[in-house]
Design a protein around this ligand. Structure first.
Ligand SMILES: [Zn+2]
Length: 86
C-alpha cells in the first residue's frame, strides 16, 4: 500500500489543506474526525460518526455498520487495538 498521509483516526487521505481539521496541515486528523473546536473526537464519537457513514454509503444495518467501523478504526494509528465498549 502506498504510504500516503492520511487521517490517523479514519484513514481518509488528505488531498487538500481543507481536509485537515481546522484546515491546519499540522493536525494529523481530518475535519470529519474533529470537534467544532478543532480537537480530535473521542473513540466513541469517531466510531459513531464512521458508523453513520457506512450506514449511509453502504446501506447496512446500524449493528453491521458499527462493526465495520470498529474494524476499520482498529487499524488506524489513533485507535490501534481499541475496541468499542459493549
Ligand atoms: Zn478522519
Amino acid at each position: 500500500m502506498e504510504n500516503q498521509a492520511g487521517c490517523v483516526s479514519c484513514g481518509m487521505p488528505f488531498r487538500s489543506i481543507e481536509d485537515h481539521a481546522m484546515s491546519d496541515p499540522a493536525k494529523d486528523y481530518c475535519r470529519h474526525c474533529a470537534r467544532p473546536d478543532g480537537t480530535l473526537k473521542s473513540y466513541d464519537e469517531a466510531l459513531t460518526g464512521m458508523s453513520g457513514f457506512f450506514q449511509h454509503t453502504q446501506g447496512v444495518d446500524p449493528a453491521v455498520a458499527r462493526k465495520m467501523a470498529a474494524e476499520t478504526m482498529a487499524h488506524q494509528p489513533a485507535w490501534r487495538g481499541r475496541q468499542p465498549a459493549r
